[in-house]
Design a protein around this ligand. Structure first.
Ligand SMILES: Nc1ncnc2c1ncn2[C@@H]1O[C@H](COP(=O)(O)OP(=O)(O)OP(=O)(O)O)[C@@H](O)[C@H]1O
Length: 330
């Protein structure tokens, strides 16, 4: 893989989980491009399929799940959906750095962080292990931790927030140029969160990375992401430049999400929660629009036809009501 930021093209991706009711899609027909050198944020409520999408980038969906359709082309690696065995193991970590949502608990409880770092380096053929340790200490130091002490610690000696930062260090330390961060800051207080996001942005720029940040917190994407993709019920309902999507959301779900954010200044009563609940795997409608039950713009067609993702300038939106408007104004 080249040392420049790789582009990623996810095309028609569908991921299903086997359930008592048969195989049901957690991610359905998603197409999304990560521009080389950009930070893309994926936002959505719990259960919308964000983590499943992130796992697909590493071809790491585990049974009872499987990638049922589509491709994930990464520059320099090809379609990772076809990668297996040693090629896949090498790609993870060295080419694709990642920290998963479960990172707080994913450290080996029996080994110190430093030992795990060395294992990681050896398994990827790193020759300069001293350099690796130096790099790890530096990253931990930037995130406000005493690097030497953390490397000497076991998991149980670290707080949730410290483990989260160790996870981010491990995602970055092998110098991968594609980095996937799933809920990187959930266990952190607001000040630490802001600091970590600043470091993510800095390291991203210094190293020339392509970064994907997955979060339920729209404030996090507003802080770091150049582009924003909104997921609902396994579908990507809107994507575009972060400022445009947040400043003038088009999809009724994105509008609802933004309205639901309480402002720091202003009347808290103005924040309006979206009525209803997001669907689960079992309740996601099999046909028609996934959002229609909660949608203020619902039309007859929404009950039967799943809206295509339609490009409108720099924005892609999957909504019949929005598409009708675009056509009327064309
Ligand atoms: N191993 C599994 N078996 C069955 N269903 C699963 C499995 N893992 C995830 N799902 C289901 O797939 C859907 C998407 O889950 P996913 O974890 O990708 O969503 P998410 O947006 O990341 O949510 P969260 O933020 O809560 O992790 C959910 O309905 C979830 O219950």
């Amino acid at each position: 893989m080249s040392k420049v930021a790789p582009g990623v093209r996810i095309d028609g991706l569908t991921v299903v989980y086997k359930t008592p009711a048969g195989e049901l899609p957690a991610v359905r027909n998603i197409s999304l491009a990560l521009e080389p050198g950009s930070i893309t944020g994926i936002v959505g409520e719990s259960g919308s399929g964000k983590s499943t999408l992130a796992l697909s980038l590493l071809n790491a969906v585990q049974p009872p799940g499987r990638i049922a359709a589509g491709s994930v082309e990464i520059d320099g690696l090809g379609d990772v959906v076809g990668l297996q065995g040693e090629a896949l193991r090498k790609a993870r970590g060295k080419h694709i750095g990642y920290v998963f949502q479960a990172a707080q608990n994913s450290l080996n409880p029996l080994k110190t962080v430093g030992k795990q770092l060395l294992d990681l380096g050896r398994s990827h053929g790193v020759e300069d292990l001293r350099g690796l340790v130096r790099e790890a200490k530096e990253l931990l130091g930037r995130m406000g931790l005493d690097g030497a002490r953390v490397l000497d610690s076991h998991q149980h000696e670290l707080s949730g927030g410290m483990r989260q930062r160790v996870g981010i260090m491990l995602a970055l330390v092998l110098n991968a140029h594609l980095v996937v961060l799933d809920e990187p800051t959930t266990a952190l207080d607001m000040i630490t969160q802001a600091n970590i996001l600043k470091i993510v942005r800095e390291v991203h720029a210094e190293r020339g990375l392509t970064t994907l940040v997955i979060t339920h917190d729209i404030g996090v994407v507003a802080e770091v992401a150049d582009r924003l993709a909104v997921m609902y019920g396994g579908r990507l309902v809107e994507q575009g430049p972060t400022r445009e999507v947040l400043g003038a959301p088009k999809h009724p779900y994105t509008r609802g999400l933004i309205k639901a954010i309480p402002r720091l200044v202003g009347d808290i009563d103005e924040a309006r929660a979206l009525p209803g609940r997001p669907p689960t795997l079992a309740t996601v409608p099999k046909e028609g629009c996934v959002f229609r039950e909660r949608c203020p713009l619902r039309m007859d067609v929404c009950d039967t036809v799943d809206p295509d993702a339609v490009a409108d300038g720099s924005r892609v939106v999957a909504c019949h009501a929005v598409t009708v408007n675009v056509k009327e104004h064309a």
